[in-house]
Design a protein around this ligand. Structure first.
Ligand code: AMP
Length: 253
């Protein structure tokens, strides 16, 4: 296995309370802390571990998005990725991109870079789509191993343990393949200061979707984005009889 391509998405930091824009066209992103999608940190960690175990020779971090997306590529390189590709998409256009577009971009890069493995996060915490790995595998016509909990190299390819409802599933796959990282695959390392400094010197290539020949025309239109309904305040009752009376009154029993 030579080359691993990892997708790293810049998303609103998980600790930020997301606010809907007053015109309901989306959420406020300006002036808000962004970070690498947490599942992508796990994907980078796995790829870097493969390199450390000499199962991979090169790790390439890819991010699609506006200029600031280069920051998460630098973080991936500080974690150990060898180089980066930034697919530059202006903010206004990026807000209309969907997983199908990202998948076509990643698939094209996987072929151009002669990658043997594409590792993505299982889900981006902003759109919660959980589609990109599956669609990338479909575009490439490569096998997919999603929700990886464990990835082991075998002579024939990979043995993957997947997190499924109520348990774990073990599958075998040949490479090239597309994988997606689940939460328990590993614990991502922190980027240390010396490695952050070293990452500044690692190669970072900038391309556009057009350069890759990918049509990014939107396929769906967002009609409105709304806040979740505000939870009604609860009430305290004096004893069980009062509780039962209240439930009856509300028609619940
Ligand atoms: P999603 O299908 O949107 O939930 O995203 C799943 C995974 O696809 C993410 O965890 C990333 O690894 C990858 N991905 C999605 N969007 C991007 C992007 N703009 N740039 C790089 N990777 C992405």
């Amino acid at each position: 296995m030579a080359r691993v391509l990892v997708g790293v998405k810049r998303v609103i930091d998980y600790a930020v309370k997301v606010r809907v824009k007053p015109d309901k066209t989306g959420v406020v992103t300006q002036g808000v802390k962004h970070s690498m999608n947490p599942f992508d940190e796990i994907a980078v960690e796995e790829a870097v571990k493969m390199k450390e175990k000499k199962l991979a020779t090169e790790v390439i971090a890819v991010s699609v998005g506006p200029a600031q997306s280069a920051e998460v590529i630098r973080t991936a390189m500080a974690m150990g990725a060898d180089r980066g590709v930034h697919v530059d998409v202006p903010q206004a256009e990026y807000e209309l991109l969907q997983p199908i577009h990202i998948s076509k971009i990643l698939a094209k890069l996987a072929l151009d870079e002669k990658a043997d493995l594409v590792i993505l996060g299982k889900q981006a915490i902003d759109d919660d789509a959980n589609q990109t790995a599956q669609m990338t595998a479909a575009v490439l016509d490569w096998p997919q191993g999603t929700f990886c909990n464990k990835i082991e190299k075998t002579d024939a390819g990979l043995t993957i343990t997947r997190e499924i409802d109520g348990g774990l599933e073990t599958i075998k796959t040949k490479i090239p393949a597309v994988l997606s990282a689940d939460l328990r695959l590993n614990t991502p390392r922190y980027a240390t200061l010396p490695n952050i400094m070293k990452a500044k010197k690692k190669p970072l290539k900038k391309v556009t979707a057009k350069d890759l020949g990918v049509d990014t025309t939107p396929r769906i239109e967002v009609i409105s984005v709304e806040d979740p309904p505000v939870r009604q305040a609860g009430a305290t009752v004096a004893d069980v009889d009062a509780l039962v009376a209240k439930l009856k009154e509300g028609g619940h029993i």
